[in-house]
Design a protein around this ligand. Structure first.
Ligand code: UD1
Ligand code: CA
Length: 491
């Protein structure tokens, strides 16, 4: 094949190997489903591959080889596909027995047979992979007109990884696995990352010739390199400087390190390029998906995981966890609280110890105080729920005050039906009130403290439901005189 043909053959498909047992994780769950900063490893790998298509429109398909815990892995990815998280179509291939990385690729061979173009092969356990690293790698493969390119990196301690064996002239000869390496080969610190690009037409034949005559009795994908060199194909390596971006997760220790490294990369980006203060990046965990605008300060002990957007000049923390899809307007302050799937307006003050659950929407300048739980509710601007309250399935107007200990009784445990509460603009709910839903409190209406509301309250009205107070003169004195004998001296 001439090099010109190779360049015009610019179709691209990707194969992700994710069938392995992941024995070193000691987990009943598939290795690739363990999360790194809030997202399963496999999601991060698929996302990096899928996003190549933003820069390289020729990415056609993504194939994933599943095996161990295949049902779990497949179900999770199908859920992501349904939620339209990936642009490119994803196809599943089952590797019935986990006989090695070469055998894993063979499991997808049928679908790839006759494919004219390049195949990017990625190990499913590299959570820090980015589309930028993959795109540079693919460009190198194209520019050098290679038949096989290996993404490599240099490690101070390369133990466990496959070593890149070169000739005296520096030509790549093959990869030798740790378990099969001689003492001399173990000294090599350039390692293969399990990320390859193959000119499929040239390399496919080699797969059929892989043997399992090694220490682990496996069909190694790495053996394709020596095969390609011998077959006279053009083999090249591209070393990547930051080894963290291509690290594989094999054990819980490496899982912890992957979390730590990704967190370091994310917080460095905010500190150096984002104008965001992170007081203590070691105790603060921020997922790469989180967006934070300048002049916001993140105090120690925060956990920000998910599709989160935080506006300018906010103060978040200390010790605040935010998860799911959350929007936070500028100048908002959140202290020691937990938020999930909610939307918070500008200049709100939340906490300490507030719990804002799914479906909470706060407009501007809302105050939510300590031990307040809010769920599926909308609260308009300038309103306050300052202490010890539960607000669920409720619409609250502007400039209202919900007193300490107010409870919206929204749930009927017998019928399992939830009902709505409406509190209109300017209303004032006295402390320790119960609003039994469905119920509406009108504009500027007042609910007296300690009232149980079961009927709607009209605009501008006062609702009060209490036993009339009675004062008994001299009671205290008579009680003292009666001593222990009689607790109520008037009886
Ligand atoms: C592999 C490479 C090694 C490289 C390292 C980089 C081989 C033989 N070794 O070793 O050279 O330095 O990655 O991280 O390729 N898998 C299957 N089916 C199998 C076996 C594995 O799908 O039968 C998948 C795994 O799920 C995993 C990937 O292939 O996602 C790599 O397998 P793993 O066992 O992690 O290989 P390493 O020992 O890390
Ligand atoms: Ca691995």
């Amino acid at each position: 094949m001439t090099s010109l043909q190779k360049i015009s053959d610019n179709k691209l498909s990707a194969v992700v190997l994710a069938a392995g047992l992941g024995k070193r994780m000691q987990s009943s769950e598939a290795k690739v489903l363990h999360p790194v900063l809030g997202k399963p490893i496999i999601w991060r790998v698929l996302k990096a591959i899928d996003e190549i298509s933003k820069q390289m429109a020729n990415l056609e398909q993504i194939h994933i080889v599943v095996g161990h815990n295949a049902e779990q892995v497949e179900a999770y990815i199908k859920q992501c596909i349904e939620a339209k998280e990936f642009q490119r179509p994803i196809f599943f291939h089952k590797q019935e027995k986990q006989l090695g990385t070469g055998h894993a690729l063979m499991s997808a061979q049928k679908a790839l047979s006759g494919f004219q173009g390049n195949i990017l092969v990625v190990s499913g356990d590299c959570p820090l992979l980015t589309s930028d690293s993959l795109t540079s790698f693919l460009l190198e493969h194209k520019e050098k007109q290679s038949d096989l390119t290996i993404l490599t990196t240099k490690l101070e301690n390369p133990s466990g990884y496959g070593r890149i064996v070169r000739s005296k002239q520096g030509q790549v000869l093959g990869i030798v696995e740790e378990k099969d390496a001689s003492e001399k080969e173990k000294q090599i610190n350039e390692i293969g990352t399990s990320i390859y690009c193959f000119n499929w037409k040239a390399i496919e034949k080699g797969l059929k010739e892989l043997k399992n005559d090694n220490k682990q009795g496996e069909y190694y994908l790495t053996d394709l390199i020596a095969w390609s060199v011998k077959a006279g194909h053009k083999v090249n390596c591209l070393p990547i400087d930051d080894w963290r971006l291509v690290m594989g997760v094999n054990s819980r220790l490496e899982l912890q390190l992957a979390n730590k490294f990704l967190n370091e990369i994310v917080s460095q980006r905010f500190l150096l390029e984002g104008g965001v203060t992170i007081v203590d990046p070691v105790s603060t965990w921020i997922a790469p998906e989180v967006k934070i605008e300048p002049d916001t300060i993140i105090l120690p002990g925060c956990w920000l995981m998910g599709d989160i957007q935080i506006g300018k000049s906010c103060i978040i923390g200390p010790h605040t966890s935010i998860e799911g899809r959350v929007r936070i307007g500028m100048q908002t302050k959140i202290v020691q609280s937990h938020l999930e799937d909610c939307s918070i307006g500008r200049a709100c003050y939340i906490g300490p110890f507030a719990h804002l659950r799914m479906g909470t929407t706060l407009a501007a300048q809302v105050r939510i105080g300590n031990f307040v739980e809010i769920k599926m509710s909308t609260i308009d601007s300038l309103s306050a729920v300052s202490h010890l309250s539960y607000v669920g399935d409720t619409t609250v107007g502007k400039d209202t005050n919900i007193g300490a200990g107010t409870i919206t009784a929204n749930y009927d445990h017998i019928t399992k039906i939830k009902a709505a509460t409406v509190i209109e603009d300017g209303a004032s709910i006295g402390s320790n009130s119960v609003l039994v839903a469905p119920v509406k409190i009108g504009k500027n209406a007042v609910v007296a403290a300690g009232t149980v509301i079961t009927k709607d309250v009209d605009d501008e009205s006062l609702a009060v439901r209490r036993v009339k107070q009675e004062n008994i003169a001299g009671w205290s004195q008579r009680r003292k005189q009666a001593g222990n004998k009689n607790k109520n001296p008037d009886k």
